[in-house]
Design a protein around this ligand. Structure first.
Ligand code: PLP
Length: 439
């Protein structure tokens, strides 16, 4: 046996020992072979972003002492302050706030909004409805402590049916009260396309031509390191995200970031800690090594997740399912939607992903009534960091059109296995009509 065949046989046997049938294995080989060009492109992006992060760390003279962290008030926390400088260099912004005290992505976004808006101001979303959890932050759904309660109003301009910006509508909804514009990069759990950095740049330019002093904030969740440029390279005043997604590289155990204009970041710091204290306090505790190392790994971890998403698109598109984005479409985030048109498909998919997890693989996920959702939802997650969605994960609401949203995988190899496991689960449960051998 030559070396290639030998390795192929070893892999085949290993997949078999993890429950993958020969038919599913071979189909996976075929789909992967069709993706070589796209994978090369992703590797090039990862290479560029890896060096961008490395250069920032070297330019900021990150030293061993930076990895240690502080307790108590956290005065003179050089590790924390240097990390914030590293983020600012990578995003090409004046300043950044990167803290374990920012509890999640929603918190980072809420903080950026409420600290930069004042009573009487108006917030505009020119890209349609924002992420679910922001509805309560803004007060679209009544909630204690919402922007609405503080006298901050909200307007929304939906995307056109073809996904384009409604420039006319946006112009008509920028008023003298408009103080901040929020732009969500990722489609999140909607079916609209994710915005490329180029398109975000066009939108920001249009808005600033009408009103130069408006603050443009981008919800950057799931978008970091997918392209060579970030929204802050095309005019965004603030980019905001979660450390248990792309920029945490799978290692950050908690946290969020806001990178942007100095005054905007300062406002956020005064709100996060206290007026007068701002960035000067906030002990980093034991998080710094993971924050640095995770950020260092983030470009390649994101690349693995992207490959997994494209592989999932290839696998399911090839079997006749609707996938968003399509296998050959350009990508601007790491989320992959697959539509099954029946509940059994959604459930079997998520159970397969769970069976592929390094943690809790023996657990069977069930649909449940999750707070804030209007239908049952099933979730698959067996992550090292609870709820981390840069790790292999999937979820789907049990309602038409019965779509699942898949994302993450700390390595391409794991994402690949997870997708094959989801397909095997569909085959074993006879949850969908498929002719794997025939494609
Ligand atoms: C995940 C996400 C959020 C919220 O982040 P949490 O950490 O879940 O609070 C906001 N916007 C988008 C687009 C997201 O993907």
């Amino acid at each position: 046996m030559d070396n290639d065949n030998y390795k192929e046989q070893l892999n085949f046997d290993m997949y078999a020992s993890l429950g993958i049938s020969p038919e599913v294995y071979r189909y996976g080989q075929k789909v992967e072979a069709s993706l070589a060009g796209r994978f090369d492109d992703i590797d090039k992006t990862a290479e560029y972003n890896q060096l961008k992060v490395l250069k920032a760390m070297q330019d900021c003279r990150v030293s061993e002492a930076c990895l240690l962290g502080t307790t108590g008030y956290g005065y003179n926390d050089i590790g924390r302050d240097t990390l914030e400088e590293v983020y600012a260099r990578v995003f090409h912004t004046e300043d950044a706030l990167v803290r374990p005290q920012i509890t999640c992505g929603t918190h980072a976004l809420a903080l950026a909004l409420i600290s930069n808006l004042r009573p009487g101001d108006e917030l505009l979303s020119p890209v349609g409805k924002p992420y679910d959890t922001l509805e309560e932050v803004i007060g679209i759904r009544p909630s204690a402590g919402s922007l609405k309660e503080y006298g901050i109003s909200y307007r929304q301009v939906d995307l056109l049916p073809d996904g384009g910006f409604d420039y006319e509508g946006i112009r008509n909804n920028i008023t003298e009260r408009t103080r901040l514009v929020t732009i969500q990069r990722s489609k999140g759990y909607q079916t609209r396309p994710t915005l490329s950095v180029d398109r975000i740049g066009e939108l920001i330019k249009f808005i600033k031509d009408i009103k130069p002093d408006v603050i443009c904030m981008v919800d950057n969740c799931y978008g970091e390191f997918v392209e060579e440029r970030e929204p802050s390279d095309v005019g965004a005043d603030m980019v905001v995200g979660s450390l248990i997604k792309n920029p945490g590289g799978g290692l950050a155990p908690v946290g969020g970031y806001i990178a942007g204009r100095r005054d905007c970041v300062e406002n956020a710091a005064y709100r996060l800690t206290s007026p007068g204290l701002g960035k000067e306090v906030g002990a980093s505790l034991g998080t710094l090594k993971d924050f640095y190392q995770g950020f260092f790994l983030a470009p390649t971890v994101t690349a693995g997740a992207l490959k997994g998403a494209i592989f999932a698109a290839g696998i399911y598109e090839g079997l006749g399912f609707d996938v968003v984005p399509g296998k050959d479409e350009s990508r601007h985030d790491i989320i992959q939607a697959v539509t099954f048109n029946n509940a059994d498909g959604v459930i079997a998919f998520c159970r397969g992903i769970q069976k592929a997890a390094p943690v809790d693989s023996h657990v069977t996920p069930e649909p449940w009534d999750m707070p804030g959702y209007d239908s049952k939802v099933i979730m698959a997650a067996g992550a090292f960091v609870s709820g981390s969605s840069i790790e292999l994960s999937a979820d789907g609401p049990i309602k038409p059109p019965y779509s699942v949203y898949f994302q993450g995988g700390l390595t391409w190899q794991h994402a690949r296995f997870g997708i094959l496991k989801s397909l095997q689960s569909l085959v074993d449960a006879k949850a969908a009509d498929m002719d794997i051998a025939g494609v």
